[in-house]
Design a binder for this molecule. Structure first.
Ligand code: DCM
Length: 128
């Protein structure tokens, strides 16, 4: 029953939160999101998150804890978020993104988050 779940990471390194700017599709391009993506059939959400961060950013990360709640996306998908910690690698926009930004606590609202990500980021900050 994972086919309509999108997982997102509130990925932290040294107290800063990673925001990723989407380059596609056109209706989302330019908006900032918590990196992540669709869970594959039969895949655990936490495993999908680690896979997506590897594929999209080229980093190894450790999932820390689920952020309570879920937020609706287009086409019946829902966004679920976990906090995560950077283990190794230097994040680069390898897929889907054209810019990354590590945000200090006082910079978190300085980027234009996608609509679904605004409540998700708010909730992530409450558990971090
Ligand atoms: N999405 C989102 N916010 C996120 C992650 C994803 O709004 N933090 C949306 C964008 C896409 C869909 O979820 O419409 C699937 O993401 P992807 O294309 O990265 O698999």
């Amino acid at each position: 029953m994972n086919e309509r779940i999108v997982v997102g990471a509130a990925l932290y390194d040294d107290g800063r939160l990673l925001a990723a700017r989407r380059s596609a599709p056109p209706e989302l391009a330019g908006g900032w999101e918590l990196p992540g993506g669709k869970v594959e059939p039969g895949e655990r959400c936490e495993d999908a998150l680690v896979r997506e961060l590897r594929e999209e950013l080229g980093v190894e990360a450790e999932v820390v804890e689920r952020v309570p709640g879920q937020w609706p996306l287009a086409k019946g998908y829902v966004l679920r978020v976990w906090t995560a910690r950077l283990l190794s690698g230097v994040a680069e926009p390898l897929q889907d993104h054209d810019e990354l930004c590590w945000l200090a606590p006082d910079q978190v609202w300085s980027v234009d988050w996608l609509t679904a990500d605004v409540p998700a980021v708010t909730a992530a900050l409450a558990v971090a």
